[in-house]
Write a protein that binds this ligand. Sequence first.
Ligand code: GLN
Length: 491
Amino acid sequence: MMKIETLTIDAAREAIATGTTTATALAEAHYERIAAEDPKINSYLALSKDRALAQAAKVDALAARGEPLPPLAGVPLGIKDVLSMQGAPATAGSKILEGYRPPYDGTAVARLEAAGAVMLGKINCDEFAMGSSNENSAYGPVHNPRDLERVPGGSSGGSAAAVAAGLAVATLGTDTGGSIRQPAAFCGVTGVLPTYSRVSRFGLIAFASSLDRIGPVTRTVRDSATLLKIMAGHDPMDATSSRVPVPDYVAGLEKPVAGLRVGVPAEYFGEGLDPEIRASIEKTIDQLQQAGCSVKPVSLPHSKYAIPTYYVIATAEASSNLARFDGVRYGLRAKDANTLSAMYRKTRDAGFGAEVKRRILLGTYALSAGYYDAYYRKAQQVRTLLTRDFLAAFNEVDVLVTPTTPTPPFKLGEKTDDPVSMYLADIYTVTASLAGICGVTTPCGNTASGLPIGVQILAKHFDEATALRVAQAVEGFQQGHSGFPVGVEGT
Ligand code: GLN
């Protein structure tokens, strides 16, 4: 069997098309590697072997007949557990959804599968996507493949770890305040925050509906462009999905970056930024300049309000979205309750973890009579100011280049007792979430101790093509880049 842990989408498809391997062999090789490596990582919550092997057999039949293969023919993917796959468990990392199996496929999953992808299984994440370290999963933390004592980031920690550890060619994650970008940076892989409304959310278990997005986590920028192109676009099943036409993100990668205007926001380089990360981002900016970009300092003056604004809006929306988990319709139901309200109370008490409860309390408070104006409405007003900051900057530049995270991946357990310090892990990601703009994170170097560093490239609404193009240039700057850095012990 070929080396699967560095495989890209195009290489996988090509190997199947030329008969070097089969989709079935590729899926089986992934399951073998998952059995061997995932006990250390804990990225998969459930495997969907029957479905994967049935799809692989279909692809192999096409290939055997010499028919043209669809763009993701036989490509093994992992799906974050907040996304619905018909008949497969969808726990969202929560005990409250134990036993729940959605009766339908989410649109993003369905579109990728229609393009030939093989769904390996469901992937671990922070409970209801709330967290920055994957330590809030009811099914145990995920370990960072680059250093097993460190967190992979969150909430799509399993999605990033699986790609870095060679346990799927690519995965889907979701990003509400940084949950694709921060774990991708922590695990040394690429992730995309698509523009709000770009990818249908039909079949996504909602966290904060004005912020939630689905996006790819991959080994290369090109793989992200390929997946995004297939997933993006209007869906009649999601009224919030946009009708803006979807450009060919893959073809867009061929254009040079020379002439692009790069903005460097001062607010993203202040106190609290790790010096090695700062140096790595500055070096990346120099390299972009050498590649023909112009570089200009810009200001996003309201950035300092982003964390409190996000944690009011996201928790308020979460408190409303999570009201549906009451023991009646989905998953867990407390047994020893003799009235309806006792059943609600006991189910929610037993089913939700501490962070989710904290957020329901915070969000309910922010929405309650008398506090709504002081907190929720005020946060929405600040959100407008944050969005205007970006719109003003994008009048002058094409992309913004910033660190993705203030620090390298931290140790498991390091921040679990201090929610505010955990929230600060999102300091560079939540602002773009609030503004609805798009972005990409891609590896731009390593710390002296070998931990990955990610650079965030932000672009205006619906300009994923430009962010991806700049990310691809950054990928090209990495010496000896062979698709992705291997880090799992024993490989
Ligand atoms: N870490 C952030 C939070 O805990 C973002 C989560 C996300 O993007 N889903 O809310």
